[in-house]
Design a protein around this ligand. Structure first.
Ligand code: NG6
Ligand code: CA
Length: 505
């Protein structure tokens, strides 16, 4: 008997040696794609009640785990993205508000980030899409030379970037550290002060515009659209807005193709559905809701293209997909694209008050889904979760040591993300415009401290700020309409103290 068993044991051990790493890499080191959309609300997804069909995003919801009380850390892009990558609330230091298109890098070279956590665990890492976290040293990016520091200095192996936003110049892509397709004989010049060069502007030559601006956005015209900021030069490098989504998808394929044997982390940071909302010709007029609806369809197709890719490469069962948004929805965000006029019964916030920029929930409570192997299908959790937690959560999953003094606000909630636990945060902070900080507690209360400020976002998007000179307390299951602060002064005091404890920690 023993003579028979020994070779069997040997074969068994051999199998373990060969198969264990595969099993490990499939189960513990899944590929991770973080689809980070721009200005997308709950109600923009047809699974959540949206009127524009989003079958591919719906698939993530139907077959994944949705966190219904997940928050971006801010109601605008730059601070949300800063927190997402660093694990630190952006408001802890000045200068992390919406960044101009020539801002220098906001995250210092060498700093630990979500990407560096993946890199440490042996992943190939890439960011493809919107960056909006500044590039270059103190002087800002050298558009005609090496653009450094940037994503490659903080944990990304590869970058294909919209440097800031679609509505900020320069309207060129940056690949790793260089502007794509730049002709050195036609250097780029950029100014966020005085006009530079002689290219037409929206203000001086509105007759050249294919999309009119409504507020701001009246400076240099590229591709028929006037933007924020002035530029001249770099003609061969200018993007065509209609092609952005397709380009981001194809660049993602290139990256995933090259990752080969390594697991990969792809931060797929879409331009959609930010302004200017210029869908590819094949989507123009496809929704009944004008350009805002068309780019939702385009976004959905991009998600579908990623899913198809994974299916084709047989990677679907080895890849976790996270899907979320950097802040809540907005309608008129600076261009006349009829987003407001055509909204009809499409409720982009999904019933939340406010929207992008706001201290109300519409500013920061965003769609959040996890989809992939082992994730409960079609379930949801209502525990509170903040995007600032991704760093500690993935460090936990991958057993990577991380510096909690740098990711000071990040908590490990990987079990919640994977659907294995029934608990979340105790409380979290959100940042509205004008640095207003609000607080949500695990019991479902929202506290907005008293402060001065306008009722409506001042520059025109027709969104309530949520600011008031009185303290505000809401029960979130009842919406933010009945202010309970006077009825529940102890609760106000408790939440104000909890908020202070986080601010001054
Ligand atoms: C605002 C822009 C808005 C958008 C926003 C940033 C004006 C009047 N408005 O200043 O159009 O670009 O910044 O959006 O210029 S975010 O999603 O990147 O934070
Ligand atoms: Ca945004």
């Amino acid at each position: 008997m023993t003579q028979v068993k020994k070779p069997l044991l040997f074969i068994y051990l051999l199998c373990l040696v060969f198969y264990a790493p595969r099993i490990y890499s499939q189960e513990s080191k899944p590929n991770v794609i973080l689809i980070y959309t721009d200005d997308l609300g709950f109600g923009d997804i047809s699974f959540c009640g949206g009127k524009i069909p989003t079958p591919n995003i719906d698939r993530l919801f139907k077959d994944g785990l949705s966190l219904t009380n997940a928050y971006s850390t801010a109601a605008t892009c730059t601070p949300s993205r800063y927190s997402l990558l660093t694990g630190e609330y952006a408001w802890r230091a000045k200068g992390r508000g919406v960044a101009p298109g020539n801002a220098s890098a906001l995250i210092s070279a060498g700093r630990q980030t979500l990407a560096s956590v993946f890199q440490k665990a042996g992943y190939k890492t890439a960011v493809v899409g919107k960056w909006h976290l500044g590039l270059g040293g103190k002087e800002g990016p050298d558009w005609n030379g090496e653009i450094k520091p940037g994503p490659l200095e903080i944990g990304f192996d590869h970058a294909f970037l919209i440097p800031a936003t679609g509505d900020r110049i320069p309207t060129v892509f940056v690949k790793d550290r260089r502007v794509v397709n730049l002709d050195p004989k036609d250097p780029i010049q950029v100014s966020y002060g005085e006009k530079i060069g002689d290219w037409p502007t929206g203000k001086e030559n509105p007759e050249l515009l294919t999309t009119m601006y409504s507020h701001g956005h009246d400076q240099t015209i590229t591709n028929g659209i006037s933007r924020i900021g002035y530029m001249t030069g770099g003609t061969s490098a200018l993007w065509r807005d209609e092609d952005i989504s397709d380009r981001l998808v194809s660049e993602s394929f290139l990256f995933m193709d090259k990752a080969e044997e390594n697991p990969f982390f792809l931060y797929f940071s879409t331009h959609d559905i930010h302004v200017p909302r210029i869908a590819h010709e094949r989507f123009q007029g496809k929704s009944d809701f004008g350009p805002r609806g068309d780019v939702i369809i385009q976004l959905d197709e991009a998600v579908g293209a990623l899913l198809d890719y994974l299916e084709r490469k047989d990677l679907l069962d080895q890849t976790l997909i996270l899907f979320s948004s950097d802040n809540g929805p907005v309608w008129d965000d600076g261009y006349v694209d009829q987003a407001f006029e055509l909204i009809a019964d499409h409720d982009a916030t999904g019933g939340l008050r406010g929207g992008k920029y706001s201290a109300f929930e519409g500013g920061t409570r965003v769609p959040f889904v996890v989809f992939g192997p082992g994730i409960p299908k079609g379930e949801s959790r209502n525990h509170i979760f903040s995007q600032v937690d991704l760093l500690a959560s993935f460090a936990g999953l991958l057993s990577v040591e991380f510096d909690p003094n740098s990711a000071v606000d990040s908590e490990n909630h990987i079990d919640l993300l994977l659907g294995k636990s029934q608990s979340g945060r105790q409380g979290l902070v959100q940042e509205a415009i004008q640095n207003v900080l609000t607080y949500v507690s695990e019991e479902g209360f929202k506290y907005i401290p008293p402060g001065k400020g306008p009722d409506m976002v001042p520059w025109g998007p027709k969104i309530e700020t949520g600011f008031s000179e009185k303290p505000q307390l809401y029960r979130l299951d009842q919406g933010e309409y009945e202010n309970l602060a006077e009825k529940m002064p102890e609760k106000v005091a408790q939440l104000a103290a909890e908020l202070d404890a986080i601010i001054f920690k």
